[in-house]
Design a protein around this ligand. Sequence first.
Ligand SMILES: [Zn+2]
Length: 291
Amino acid sequence: MAKIVDWKHIYYERQLATEAGERIAQAYNFSTPPVDPLKIIHEERRLIHAVGDDFGDAFDGRIKYIGPRFLICYNTRYDTWPHTGSHHSKVQFTIGHELGHYFLDEHRKILVSTHTAHGSRTEFVSDSLIEQQADCFASGLLMPSSLFRPLINKKNFPSIDEIKKVRQSFQVSLIGTLVRWTQLSDFPCATIAVRNGVIQFGWVSEAFRRIGAYRVLRGESVEGRAFRRFSGQDPSFSKYRDGSGSGVGLNWLDYSQKRLDTLEHYFVIPYTKTIWVFLIVDENDLLELDL
Ligand SMILES: [Zn+2]
């Protein structure tokens, strides 16, 4: 029997976790980007002991309750990758993710009652709800809507350089930026992960949801010609690269009511062998559908 997934429940839980992250950013008085999660760790030093080290492939982050304190380990192996700031954005996100396990009530209760270590794979690579919640918490914490929203809603069609600029000011990863952008955009856009030519998962913005385009075509092969051309340029995924193309919405979204022309930005992330697609539609194309 096929597994039944309660999307509404998952969406709601992700939303709650994101808002919890935003509240923590506010509580610790971050009024301009970037939000530095290590400052929060420092403030919480009576209850959190944090250790950053190269833990190889073991985990991205790890948290354990050792009473009365929590021990957080974060993997700094990614610091060997080029970055600005004291840590690579992947490391910063991981610290935010582990703070999610610490600040989210249900997560903390489990850690305290079981005394077992929780190992994390961070940044939207895990299917588990617990991990998705912690990722969403990190996203809300590092990119609170009050700081992020004004920067991303200036225009319908941001360029790749404009996206990178926002990413840089928040010192977050490109993927974190794209996911958050989609959540907070006033325009019709989507962030979609593709591996081996197949759509893995993705998010759509509120403007798409309003016309009934809720879901990306998870599990489907990507048919778009521009995407295939881009993807075929370096099938080895040996290095980061990006590019743009155009296509149609029905290659990506569970929506066939109207042909929607898309602008598509492509980003190759070699570490996960994934191409992330940021897809944008002209808001005027949705006008008569948005009733
Ligand atoms: Zn985790």
